[in-house]
Design a binder for this molecule. Structure first.
Ligand code: PHE
Length: 450
């Protein structure tokens, strides 16, 4: 009982939706989704992605909320609490905490580019520049040592600041107002992008699937992207679930969060591909897609200076609310399992993240030689977390839910003690127990077979 008293909860229904959407919507939607879709054939990727979000992503989001709310604990504590007799399961908890830490390290690097873009918008750097100059400027800024590192420090600092203040006062307040503004700007940008000359080629790339392109790489990339974008398989939503009040409906919350996250990723695609095709940027261009296409698009717009500035500021905020959920995983683990104060836990974890993020950023410098498994540290962290740790985390989490905890416990959380969602319970339970583990395992192992 004392434990329950101490634990903070989100203040309202909109609070949990805003916080979970704040976690889900971030650089994953606007930077990473176009990159991965571009590398994996566009339309074919989108179809697989949508299938995964609907069939697996949303049920898994509910599943993570179930674990969090049932246990009222951080991921490590949660697996221990729900399977007190079994030694192995808490290992999943450690794995997801590590995963959160590693994601945050490269996420901070991308966030630093976003801050750099805010800076460039403020000084009106983009105005009147052609694509080659903007691209060169982007590469130069990645290769600078001091300014990007400064942005990383700023980003970690603002995240640590909110987390140190605690969950509902911090996270909830910031997420609630800003997400809707971001969506409005994205919609304006969609319209603008689709009106560019040659935009239809980009729209075709995204919406006309070439099914022959679907192979094991597309499958695992879509699975990894779906997990990344929906913040699954790494404890963020277990942690947030532990702050959800008993009255909230975790199923409708998951539906709303999952669908808005996907909607925003698709909006980003509709902005970026038509514009990229129009300006002659390749769909495989990676970071250039978001960071160079968009300034070019703003250059074409009336009031472009303000749109550009507001857009990048909002992108920083979207990245920030996602980073909060990542940092909260690590901090809640350290406070609850290692008995550190919230302040100390925040300082230790942020310093750790900062050190690794420096390596990630430096690994992108020309000729740095900082590599893991043949990738730059930056790409390596991205690939290891999304394609290995998160998918494995997701697989083990659904196995845990379907086969380890009591069916009754799942049902109790899912239906709020038999009061809501009674009909959906069977379908979701079936997906979590059978469909999700098989689908994830097949996709993971198809890498080795195909
Ligand atoms: N979902 C976030 C995004 O799309 C990133 C993230 C991953 C956040 C995992 C939390 C956990 O940017």
């Amino acid at each position: 009982m004392t434990e329950k008293k101490k634990r903070e909860h989100f203040g309202s229904k909109i609070g949990i939706i805003a916080a979970a959407a704040g976690s889900a919507v971030g650089l994953g939607n606007i930077y990473r989704f176009p990159c991965v879709a571009g590398e994996n054939g566009g339309g074919a990727f989108l179809i697989v992605y949508l299938g995964i979000v609907l069939a697996l992503g949303i049920p898994m989001m509910v599943g993570e909320f179930v674990i969090g709310r049932r246990s009222q604990k951080n991921p490590v504590g949660a697996f221990k609490a729900l399977a007190p007799d079994a030694k192995g399961w808490p290992l999943i908890g450690y794995m997801v905490v590590l995963c959160g830490f590693l994601i945050l390290a490269f996420y901070t690097t991308v966030a630093s580019w976003t801050l750099e873009s805010v800076y460039k918008s403020v000084i009106n750097y983009y105005h009147g520049k052609d694509l080659a100059t903007i691209e060169q400027g982007f590469n130069d800024s990645i290769n600078l040592t001091v300014r990007p590192l400064l942005w990383q420090a700023v980003f970690i600092f603002i995240s640590a600041f909110v987390i140190a203040k605690g969950i509902s006062k911090g996270i909830e307040k910031y997420s609630k107002i800003l997400m809707p503004v971001l969506v409005i700007i994205l919609i304006v940008l969609c319209v603008k992008s689709l009106m560019l000359p040659g935009a239809s080629e980009g729209a075709k790339f995204l919406f006309k699937p070439d099914f022959s392109k679907i192979d094991s790489k597309v499958l695992i990339s879509a699975l990894g992207q779906a997990f990344f974008s929906m913040s699954l398989g790494m404890g963020a939503l277990i942690t947030y679930g532990s702050y959800v009040s008993r009255k909230d409906n975790i199923v409708t919350t998951s539906l709303m969060v999952g669908l808005s996250d996907t909607f925003i990723a698709i909006l980003a695609g509709i902005i970026i591909f038509p514009a990229a095709f129009s300006f002659g940027i390749q769909p495989e261009a990676g970071p250039s897609l978001a960071f160079n296409t968009l300034p070019m698009l703003f250059n074409q717009m009336k009031g472009g200076y303000f749109f550009c500035l507001i857009f990048f500021i909002l992108l920083v905020i979207a990245a920030w609310t996602s980073a909060l959920s990542l940092l909260e995983v690590v901090v809640s683990y350290m406070t609850e399992e290692l008995n550190l104060s919230r302040r100390k836990a925040t300082i230790y974890s942020s310093v750790g993240v900062f050190i690794i993020s420096i390596l990630a950023a430096m690994s992108l410098h020309d000729g740095s030689g900082l590599t893991i498994f043949g990738f730059t540290v930056f790409d390596g962290l991205d690939k290891i977390t999304s394609m290995v740790l998160m998918t494995l985390g997701g697989l083990l989490t659904v196995l845990f839910l379907g086969w380890k905890i009591k069916k009754q416990d799942f049902e109790d959380e899912f239906t709020n003690g038999g009061t809501v969602n009674k009909r959906l319970n069977k379908i979701f339970y079936f997906i979590i127990k059978y469909l999700a583990p098989v689908a994830i395992a097949v996709i993971m192992f198809s890498q080795f077979l195909m």
